[in-house]
Design a protein around this ligand. Structure first.
Ligand code: SAH
Ligand code: SF4
Ligand code: F3S
Length: 472
C-alpha cells in the first residue's frame, strides 16, 4: 500500500468553517434545532460530541428528541451487519416524520458512509436523505450543511484523506468525564475487520496537543478522561522523536486528573514499559480492555492478530502482577470462517483461565472488502449461535467468580446518575471499571465517593458509603 501522509487541518481551514457557520446563523429559514443519533464505538460517541459542537456554532440548539428536531444526523457504524441494519431502519422511520414536516433535514455520516460507493448507493435507495458524508470530512459539517440548505439535490462528500483536526468545537455529554481521541485510523487489518477501510491510516495527534486538551479539561473540573484510539498501544508511530503510549500516559498522570482510562489496546503492542507505567502511576485506573478475539492459535493467525494465546496469557499475567486486582475485559468473535468445534473449545478454555470481569461477545459478521469475507468455510449461523450461547454461559460463570474479589473491598466510584432501580440509590463506575450502586442522591452526581462493596447483583456491585472524597 502506498505511503499516505496525514493531512493536518489548518487554523485557516477551521476559520473558513466558522464563516460558513456564521452564514447559516444569518439565514432566515435556518434549522433551529438538531438531534444527533449515534451508533458504534466510543470513537463515534466522541465524534458526535464534535458534530453537536459544530451545530451549536451554526446557531442551533439540541432538540428534546429526534421527532421534534429540524435537523437529524445519524452517525453510523458498520463493524457488523446488524449495526448497519439498525441505522438504516431508523433512518427509514424518519421518512414518515418528514411527511408531516417537509422542512426536516436528514443527514447520515460516519463509518457506514465511508465505505466505497456506499454514499451513492444509500442516496439512491433512500431518496429522502439530504446529506451524506464520511469520517474524514467531519470538520466540514458547517460547509456541507450550508450547501444542503442551498441545494435541492442531496449533497454527498466522501473523501479518503487521513485528516487530523485540532480545536474543533465540542459539546461534551458529561461535565465530569471526557473523551480525548489520541490517534485516528488503524493499520492492523485484522482479516475480519472493516475499521481500517473506513477510518483510514493510523495517525497520532501531537503529544503537546493532547496534553493541552487534558490540562484544559482539568481546569474545567473534569475528573476522568478516557483516551481513545483503535490501537492506543501503538500511539506515537510516525511522530518525531520516538514517542510512546507509555510516555504519553506518564505525562498525563502528572497533570493530576483524578482518573485516566483508555481503549482499545492491541495485545501485540502491549509493551513491558506500559505495564510498568500502569503499576507506578497514581491516576491510571486498574482496568484493562484487552481484546483476545479467539483462544486458538490457528484462528488468531488467520485473523492476522499476530500473537498466540500463550503470548496473550503472558501479558495477562504481567498485568496482574504489576496491578493486583486489575479489572480485565475483552472482545471475542465466534464463528470465524473455518472455526472448528475444537478451536472454539480453545476460546472457552481461555475465557475460563483468564476470568474476565466482562466480555463483549460477537458472532462473526462478513464485511465486504475484508479478507475474511472471501474465505471458504463460513460457519453456519446455527453453529455460531450455539457457540455464542455456550461462550456467554462460560463468561458469566467466570465473571461471578472474578467479581467475588471485590466483596468487602473499598472502592471509589464516580457517580453517573440515579440508579435505575431506586431513587434513593446512585450508581457509577468503580476504579476497576465495574458498575457500583449505593445509597445516595442527586448531589452525588459527578462526585467521587468512597464506598465498601457489600454484595454482587448480576453484573454490578452493591455498596455502602464510607465518605465523600474531597477533590483537589
Ligand atoms: N480496535 C479495537 C476494536 C475494534 S471493533 C480492537 O482492535 O480491539 C470492536 C470489536 O468488534 C472487535 O474487537 C471485534 O471483536 C468485533 N468485530 C470487528 N469486526 C467484526 C466482524 N466482522 N464480525 C464480528 N465482530 C467483529
Ligand atoms: Fe479492527 Fe483489528 Fe484495527 Fe481493531 S486492531 S480496529 S479489530 S483491524
Ligand atoms: Fe463502528 Fe466505526 Fe467504531 S465501524 S465500531 S463506529 S470505528
Amino acid at each position: 500500500m502506498a505511503e499516505r501522509k496525514p493531512v493536518h487541518i489548518t487554523p485557516e481551514m477551521l476559520e473558513q468553517q466558522k464563516e460558513f457557520a456564521l452564514e447559516i446563523r444569518s439565514l432566515p429559514q435556518k434549522p433551529e434545532t438538531y438531534f444527533v443519533v449515534t451508533y458504534g464505538c466510543q470513537m463515534n460517541a466522541h465524534d458526535s460530541e464534535i458534530l453537536a459542537g459544530m451545530l451549536r456554532q451554526c446557531g442551533m440548539t439540541e432538540a428534546t428528541d429526534r421527532e421534534h428536531a429540524d435537523f437529524v444526523i445519524f452517525n453510523t457504524c458498520c463493524v457488523r451487519d446488524n449495526a448497519e441494519r439498525r441505522a438504516l431502519g431508523n433512518v427509514t422511520w424518519l421518512k414518515e416524520v418528514r411527511k408531516q414536516r417537509p422542512n426536516l433535514i436528514i443527514a447520515v455520516c460516519g463509518c457506514m458512509i465511508q465505505q466505497p460507493g456506499m454514499a451513492e448507493k444509500i442516496l439512491k435507495q433512500y431518496k429522502f436523505i439530504d446529506l451524506a458524508f464520511g469520517t474524514c470530512n467531519l470538520y466540514r459539517l458547517p460547509e456541507l450543511l450550508l450547501r444542503t440548505l442551498n441545494s435541492a439535490a442531496p449533497v454527498v462528500q466522501v473523501e479518503d484523506e487521513d485528516t487530523i483536526a485540532e480545536n474543533l468545537p465540542v459539546k461534551r455529554l458529561r461535565n465530569d468525564a471526557a473523551y480525548i481521541t489520541i490517534m485516528y485510523g488503524c493499520d492492523n487489518f485484522c482479516s475480519y475487520c472493516i475499521v481500517p477501510y473506513v477510518r483510514g491510516r493510523e495517525r497520532s495527534r501531537a503529544m503537546e496537543d493532547i496534553l493541552a486538551e487534558a490540562r484544559q479539561l482539568k481546569e474545567s473540573g473534569v475528573k476522568e478522561i478516557m483516551l481513545l484510539g483503535q490501537n492506543v498501544n501503538s500511539y506515537g508511530k510516525g511522530l518525531d522523536g520516538n514517542v510512546t503510549f507509555a510516555e504519553l500516559l506518564r505525562k498525563l498522570d502528572d497533570i493530576g486528573i483524578e482518573r485516566i482510562r483508555f481503549m482499545t489496546s492491541h495485545p501485540k503492542d502491549l509493551s513491558d514499559e506500559l505495564i510498568q507505567v500502569m503499576g507506578e502511576s497514581r491516576h491510571i485506573l486498574p482496568q484493562f480492555h484487552l481484546p483476545v478475539q479467539s483462544g486458538n492459535d490457528e484462528i488468531l493467525r488467520v485473523m492476522n492478530r499476530r500473537y498466540t494465546s500463550a503470548q496473550y496469557l503472558d501479558k495477562v499475567r504481567k498485568l496482574r502482577e504489576a496491578v493486583p486486582g486489575i479489572g480485565l475485559t475483552t472482545d471475542i468473535i465466534v464463528g470465524f470462517p473455518g472455526e472448528t468445534e475444537e478451536q472454539f473449545l480453545d476460546t472457552l478454555s481461555l475465557v475460563e483461565q483468564v476470568g474476565y470481569d466482562s466480555a463483549f461477545t460477537f458472532i462473526y459478521s462478513p464485511r465486504k472488502g475484508t479478507r475474511a469475507a472471501e474465505m471458504d468455510a463460513q460457519v453456519p449461523e446455527s453453529v455460531a449461535t450455539d457457540r455464542i450461547q455456550r461462550l456467554i454461559a462460560a463468561q458469566e460463570a467466570g465473571q461471578r467468580k472474578a467479581m467475588e474479589r471485590f466483596l468487602g473491598m473499598e472502592e471509589e466510584v464516580l457517580v453517573e446518575g440515579l440508579s435505575r432501580r431506586s431513587e434513593q440509590e446512585v450508581s457509577g463506575k468503580g476504579r476497576h471499571g465495574i458498575s457500583v450502586t449505593f445509597p445516595g442522591n442527586y448531589d452525588d452526581i459527578g462526585q467521587i465517593v468512597r464506598v465498601r462493596i457489600t454484595a454482587m447483583k448480576n453484573n454490578t456491585l452493591q455498596a455502602e458509603r464510607l465518605s465523600m472524597i474531597l477533590n483537589d
